[in-house]
Design a protein around this ligand. Structure first.
Ligand code: NDP
Ligand code: ZN
Length: 350
């Protein structure tokens, strides 16, 4: 066992606080990673505060992990001591179901083991995430960080990046398509970059008119202020795809009306019931599709890392001292971060 330290919530109402704990001894296929950076995802907040009702405490968030391999198990072939590697939202899956065989382990029929707050498949212990000094992960779930990516700004690619890249690729987004991205936070700003890099014409839907200039800098061709009914009406029937990263319940109907016939509204931000209700006519009368998407498989996560290196795409980050993690959560909820906090793990030892 390895002694580690990290920040965890002990209950849905307690702030994150330092905690000492044990990482397991290496199994033959395990990689030991000393964590350098970890991105802060809105899912971390949902989970720390049990907003999805599935939290397990102590809850140590963090699933945008970049670090260096410092030991490997006897059967490890893919990674070596000294490699710069990443870990995203999953650390295991059944590896034999239809989804796992198709390299979409996130849809594992037995349920993937998430990086935090899920029982480990072997010993049943509660997984603890990347707000910590180290992590032990089976090599299949460890990604290579390509040369040319800056390690700290690469970390959010492991969740915010893959979660926005995967549905755009799955739905065949490319030149000639008009894509709307809903919400410009960690996921949304990556969605804009990917949709643009894939050749689409990109529009940001935002509550904040003040984000218009920033959105254009990220690659958006147009901006619609979603709280302005006039602008929403003017956008009616224009889009092939909407990538919806809004993290709270919201009325989908006015957004569906901005899709062309046959257009697809892809939810990634929401895993609660749709409220207010969906008006089915907004789908039926125009053959529109309401879809969802969960992160991405391990092979596709490696692909998006390579795609980012090739296209010079990285996440816009604000480096965070882990001692300020609780204030950072409040700032994220207030929309006050451009556009991802990344914890500098050196501050854990400070
Ligand atoms: P952020 O907090 O970084 O960004 C969310 C953005 O949504 C904000 O910047 C804001 O954009 C908009 N927004 C926030 N609150 C509201 C509101 N009350 N009404 C309307 N718009 C709002 O979050 P992330 O990008 O980290 O995560 C987004 C969601 O995606 C979260 O729910 C997260 O759990 C989920 N997620 C899903 C994954 C999946 O696999 N499906 C994976 C990772 C995350 P603006 O100011 O431009 O309106
Ligand atoms: Zn995430």
């Amino acid at each position: 066992m390895y002694t580690a330290i990290g920040y965890a919530a002990q209950s849905s109402t307690s702030p994150l606080a330092p905690m000492s704990f044990q990482r397991r001894s290496l199994r033959p296929d395990d990689v030991f990673i000393e964590i350098l950076y970890c991105g802060v995802c809105h899912s971390d907040i949902h989970q720390a505060r049990n907003e999805w009702g599935i939290a397990v405490y102590p809850l140590m968030p963090g699933h945008e992990i970049v670090g260096r391999v410092s030991a490997v198990g006897g059967q490890v072939t893919r990674h070596q001591v000294g490699d710069l590697v990443g870990v995203g939202c999953m650390v295991d899956s059944c590896r034999h179901c239809e989804a796992c065989r198709q390299n979409v382990e996130q849809y594992c029929l037995e349920g993937p083991t998430m990086t935090y707050a899920t029982p480990d498949r072997v010993d049943g212990s509660n997984t603890l995430g990347g707000y910590s000094s180290s992590i032990v992960v089976s090599e299949h779930f460890v990604l290579r960080i390509p040369q040319g990516l800056e390690p700290a700004s690469a970390a959010p690619i492991l969740c915010a990046g893959i979660t926005t890249y995967s549905p755009l690729k799955h739905h065949g987004v490319g030149p000639g398509h008009k894509v709307g991205v809903l919400g410009m936070g960690g996921l949304g700003h990556m969605g804009i970059k990917f949709a643009k890099a894939l050749g689409a014409e990109v529009t940001l839907f935002t509550r904040s008119a003040a984000k218009a200039e920033e959105a254009r800098r990220q690659g958006a061709d147009h901006v619609v202020v979603s709280t302005d009914a006039e602008q929403m009406r003017a956008a009616a029937g224009r889009f092939d795809f909407l990538l919806d990263t809004i993290p709270v319940q919201h009325d989908l109907n006015p957004y569906l009306e901005t899709l062309k016939f046959g257009g697809v509204h892809i939810l990634v931000g929401l895993i609660e019931p749709v409220e207010p209700p969906l008006h089915a006519a907004n789908l039926v009368m125009q053959r529109r599709v309401l879809a969802g998407s969960l992160i991405g498989g391990i092979a596709e996560t490696q692909e998006v890392l390579e795609f980012c290196a090739e296209h010079g795409i990285s996440c816009d980050i604000e480096m965070l001292d882990i001692r300020n993690i609780n204030q950072a959560y409040e700032r994220m909820i207030a929309g006050d971060v451009k556009y991802r906090f990344v914890i500098d793990m050196a501050t854990l030892q400070a």
